[in-house]
Design a protein around this ligand. Sequence first.
Ligand code: GLU
Length: 488
Amino acid sequence: MNIVTRFPPSPTGFLHVGSLRTALYNYLYARKHGGKFIVRVEDTDRERLVEGAVESLIKTLAEVGLEYDEGPVITAGALSEKGENGPYTQSLRLDIYKTYVQKLLEQGSAYYCFCSKERLTELRSQQQLAKLPTKYDRACLKLDQDEITQRIEAGESHVVRLLVPDGETIFKDEIRGSIKISNAEIDDQVLMKADGYPTYHLAVVVDDHLMGVTHIIRGEEWISSVPKHVMLYNAFGFPMPAFAHLPLILNPDKSKLSKRQGDVAVEDFLAKGYLPETLINFVALLGFNPSGDREIYSITELIESFELSSVNKSGAVFDTEKLNWMNGQYIRAMEPAELFERAKPFFGSAQSLPEAQKQRILEVEKDRLTILKDLEERVEMYLTLPEYETEMLVWKKADAQDALLHMQALSTLLSAVSDDVFADRALIEGVVKKYIEEGEYQNGNVLWPVRVALSGQKQSAGPFDLLWALGKEDSLKRMTRAITKLST
Ligand code: GLU
């Protein structure tokens, strides 16, 4: 069987991390089985549309590396699409849905409904009062064909509803197993709205079928819609796809992860300098773990090990600490040249420093970065020496006199060293170490005051790193400043 999966977001804003997981699992499943992965835009709810959402979605999927085989793309700055089963935007498929609804009407699986909003609201409140399930009462099912034709011709507003058959609906969920529901619990769902747009339920079934989708993998919140979809598949005589509903993503307090409780937009994570690799790895583990004893997986490993049957049933907690830890791991494991490319937008006020110096600063600071955006703050001390107390220069086992002595001696020594030596971390380290060895000093007597003189901070990168990253001129200026402070 040729596996086809899909990711059909509604363009209502940013890409939620939960949706990224959905897209990823569909991607993993398709890639594992050599199948196809489709992206489709579900824009039939015209009131919720957000301008530019499709473009930003395409861009974000590209940034995290989720390539798809069919769907909307941006070519030469304009929206277009790739694939043979388009259009991949539902608002461009209205004629298709009309044909399919017509089919249902003709075979008696659907019916016209002319009930006004007011009547439906009234019906609902009566049912609620009587503690009955809120369902359409099928008033319009009794209308005869002549009346229907007449009212449509007179331009009366109407919808088309699914005629839910009697009996029960059983379907298998690949993660949750078999699910059974009595059809009596299901409302006669509106399939076609008064504005001529289909509802989600009709469009999703027609499109998944026409696009050859074999596996529907999506969030748990859609599981209650499946019985209606199963009825539609049966009414149309379409072959049934496999369904898999992913567990909810939760906050640490077990509430559902939502925008209000912090950042959930993939765009925002990327903008802060969470690496795409981290996001993919992290969301992959929200509901599934390839081996249970490791946390870091490449996309290739995820593809190889992904199984729908190993996806957890219970909710997955979104653990920001783990995300931060993981991002640090990826930052530190990355090739320096690659990391530098990624970090370029995050140099903040140090943007104008020479490239080579920025590379050195990144190498020195990367151990202290959680997200690349942290760099903006960390570069500050390379531009301006922070104000600091003179006592900070004094090592705990020494005094100001000793600090001054070493600062002066090293300053003289380093003035005679070339810029090239400063540009080589091992060489500049060698010069200072030789000074320590020859004088038989303790490391702390020399390295503590130098490090503070260069950083102006209690905690910072080590003195050799700082000499290397600051370069000769700046290092000497900062040491002179320390000498002045210690001499007054
Ligand atoms: N358009 C739906 C959404 O916004 C898709 C649900 C589905 O995957 O069927 O998530």
